[in-house]
Design a protein around this ligand. Sequence first.
Ligand SMILES: NC(=O)C1=CN([C@@H]2O[C@H](COP(=O)(O)OP(=O)(O)OC[C@H]3O[C@@H](n4cnc5c(N)ncnc54)[C@H](O)[C@@H]3O)[C@@H](O)[C@H]2O)[C@@H](O)CC1
Ligand SMILES: [K+]
Length: 222
Amino acid sequence: MNSYVSAVQMKAIDHYTIEEIGIPSSVLMERASLEIANSIIRNYDNKKIVCVCGMGNNGGDGVAIGRILFLKGLDVTLYLAGNLEKASDQMKLQVSIARKLSIPIVSTLPSELDDGTVVVDALVGIGLNRDIDSQLDKLITFMNQSQSPVISVDIPSGLSADEGRPLKNAVKATKTYTIGFMKNGFAKTQSKAYTGDIEVVDIGYPPYKLIKHIMEREEINE
Ligand SMILES: NC(=O)C1=CN([C@@H]2O[C@H](COP(=O)(O)OP(=O)(O)OC[C@H]3O[C@@H](n4cnc5c(N)ncnc54)[C@H](O)[C@@H]3O)[C@@H](O)[C@H]2O)[C@@H](O)CC1
Ligand SMILES: [K+]
């Protein structure tokens, strides 16, 4: 089903799946991360992987993707952008697992990201709700200027999920793995410059008939 959703509808589908159907958030995160990690392995063999992770669940996806690739023997480095104390519970859990597995975690981005490195953009996903702050702006500019192909998790960081335009600045991804459903913003032509190729990742959300009430509801004001 190729329905397009707004950020608010996506969050409502997440919430319904977790609270009503009972699939734990961590299971959804693991499903998303496993799908994306396996696709990276198929398309980018023996590359260095740098996962650039924010402090929300998008960052959690990035850490889990890095962990899965690390355990399959790839050369993975995790870069955590932001203050871990403020991180979401899922992100904290993923970082705790990564630490126990001694996965390399750095506090500054490797100085040059060459073409032998694949960058996983897990800075921010559909939780972006205002122009990005200066820290993210600098990081996104650095990633866009690097030689490395960038793979965006769920949505290029900085792009508005609803409008398909940068909220001040956005990652120019080679490929975007969007979770569950296409986002409304991807229907806008201008978004192509940021998303690159888009692949919808199936992570086991309920069938349409169960989420029809969310899909048909007008914009839900948060
Ligand atoms: N709920 C779940 O279990 C699932 C969530 N998923 C992932 O979770 C993401 C949504 O996660 P969240 O709702 O935690 O939000 P995000 O992780 O998208 O963004 C929230 C983080 O970004 C920061 N942020 C927001 N606006 C900012 C700005 N303008 N400048 C700088 N930083 C900013 C916030 O401080 C917070 O740390 C999805 O995009 C998807 O990647 C998927 O794993 C599917 C399952
Ligand atoms: K992202």
